[in-house]
Design a protein. Structure first.
Length: 540
């Protein structure tokens, strides 16, 4: 008997009288101790399928017109709340993509881990605390034993994800559903979490249903893979067989969608467009009765770099390394110390009015296309806002034409300008964010994790678009990312940051083919081998 058997599962959402078929006739099984990956792009129905297993979808909005979900032969669709409570968090547990939104910010670490123990096992508080400490040891968080009263916001991303895993494993489930468990994590932390899950699986004998859009993770982690698109499983089988001999066109599309190629060579020599010398951003730490400065957080500590036209400097490092702070400081969006030159002109002493004319030429594209576009503004107003601020385009008709041209240049239709952000996919929203910057005809653009929130195939499209725009407009890029695959596809030069300082720099080929420092080597191993790195160079 299979541990979990899903047959002909259909999931329908009814919104304002309109039926949306999110999952259509999905069938697959999971055996004890097996890892099955459910792979597909955003909107393919992966997470809806997982939530259907535990009947966690909002009813009556969500329904199952057909299908069966059986755990050890027991039907879960239509099961009573009492029967489902015995399964949820006990025999089948789930960890989610973003631990910061999944953990309750008002509850301590101890309360959140012990809740499942108190609910399902009926343990006393002292017994639950003992088991909580054992679980922290199990997931590699023995250092938190003295911090049981801490709250989620005091932990790093990797620590929060491990707390989520500890919660899920509290009752030693038969099946762990992991919904994009590493998407929000740095590559090194991602490798550590995946290694931890494999070790725990071997130790506890549990099965894993892994939901992801990252095919590199699947190849090293899963036994079997199910490829999903538009609510359907279009191909499934052993991982190596599907990867080496894909049968469906969509599977081949996914396997070929990783960002590839290299940027066009930058013109040799030439005067730097933007340069910094010993740039510092120190945030004061105050304390005491008189709030005196006791120390400083050295977010950026003495960084020098040069960026030329048609030249991309990639900045890599883990969260908290100072990458984004560096980009914001160069754009004079936060205070800093040390020279910042644009076309040889010092920027650090310019006031607001003096900087304003230069803002048009110094632009930024942010990480999250969902958060960086105002939901209350049309695309015409979002892209055209800068034209009004910088008095470009003259009449309303001319500005509309400029917006239309910018949208078409980034691969969107001009007719889309009267729609609103919620009507677009993630990739389309990022194209809109790029159009907003490009419509002003900038010279220098800071790209802050512009692909991290996107599916891999959309990442590849955005990388191709950015490379084309760079050539067409002689752009200089500062490309900030923790995704080394994207950095390699975009960058001529790479700067590796850790704790606010540069630990290594050089041409992209040198950094990727022959890294010198232990930290850079650890990043490369985590990104390209997906093997956990346990060393002093990389810590959670």
């Amino acid at each position: 008997m299979n541990l979990l058997e899903i047959r002909d599962l259909a999931t329908r959402f009814t919104v304002e009288g309109r039926a949306i078929e999110a999952v259509r006739g999905v069938s697959f099984t999971i055996d004890e101790g097996e890892t099955v990956a459910l792979v597909g792009e955003s909107g393919s129905g992966k997470s809806v399928t997982a939530l259907s297993v535990l009947q966690l979808l909002p009813y009556p909005m969500a329904s199952h017109p057909s299908g069966s979900v059986r755990y050890r032969g027991t039907e879960l669709i239509g099961a009573s709340d009492v029967a489902l409570r015995k399964v949820r968090g006990n025999r089948i547990s789930m960890i989610f993509q973003e631990p910061m939104t999944s953990l309750n910010p008002l509850h301590t670490i101890e309360k959140q881990i012990s809740e499942a123990l108190l609910l399902h096992k009926g343990l006393s508080k002292s017994a639950a605390r003992k088991r909580t400490l054992e679980l922290l040891d199990l997931v590699g968080l023995s250092g938190l034993k003295g911090r049981l009263g801490d709250y989620p916001h005091t932990l790093s991303g990797g620590q929060r994800q491990r707390v989520m895993i500890a919660m899920a494993l509290a009752n030693e489930p038969d099946l762990l559903i992991a919904d994009e468990p590493t998407t929000a994590l740095d590559v090194t932390v991602q490798a550590q979490v995946l290694k931890l899950l494999k070790e725990l699986q071997a130790k506890l004998g549990m099965a894993i249903l892994l939901i992801t859009h990252d095919l590199n993770i699947v190849r090293r982690f899963a036994d079997r893979v199910c490829v999903m698109t538009d609510g359907l499983i279009v191909e499934q089988g052993p991982v190596e067989e599907v990867y080496t001999r894909p049968q469906h066109a969509y599977t081949r599309h996914l396997l070929e969608s990783e960002p590839r190629g290299r940027p066009e060579p930058a013109p040799p020599g030439g005067r730097p467009l933007v340069e910094t010398d010993d740039l510092k951003v120190w945030f004061p730490v105050k304390g005491g009765v008189f709030s005196r400065v006791k120390d400083h957080i050295k977010a950026v500590d003495g960084i020098s770099l040069e960026v030329r036209p048609r030249h991309t400097v990639g900045v890599v490092g883990e969260s908290g390394s100072g990458k984004t702070t560096l980009g914001l400081a160069i754009l004079r969006l936060i205070s800093s110390e040390g020279p910042i030159l644009y076309q040889g002109r010092p920027l650090q002493d310019l006031g607001f009015k003096e900087l304003r004319p230069l803002r048009r030429e110094l632009q930024v594209v942010f990480q999250d296309p969902y958060g960086s576009l105002s939901p209350r503004m049309s695309i015409k107003d979002i892209v055209g806002e800068g034209l009004k601020v910088h008095d470009m385009g003259g009449s309303e008709r001319e500005r509309r034409d400029l917006v239309a041209g910018a949208l078409e240049e980034v691969g969107l239709e001009a007719a889309m300008m009267d729609r609103y952000p919620h009507e677009f996919s993630g990739g389309q929203r990022q194209r809109i964010a790029i159009a907003r910057a490009m419509v002003l005809r900038p010279r220098f653009v800071v790209l802050d994790e512009p692909t991290s929130a996107l599916d891999m195939s959309v990442q590849a499209q955005i990388v191709d678009l950015l490379r084309k725009l760079q050539i067409d407009h002689d752009l200089a890029y500062l490309f900030i990312s923790h995704d080394l695959r994207v950095i390699r596809a975009m960058s001529h030069e790479v700067v590796v940051m850790k704790d606010g300082v540069v630990v290594e720099r050089g041409s992209a080929d040198t950094i990727f083919d022959a890294p010198e420092t232990a930290y850079t080597k650890a990043l490369m191993a985590a990104a390209f081998n997906l093997e956990a790195i346990e060393s002093d160079a990389v810590r959670m």
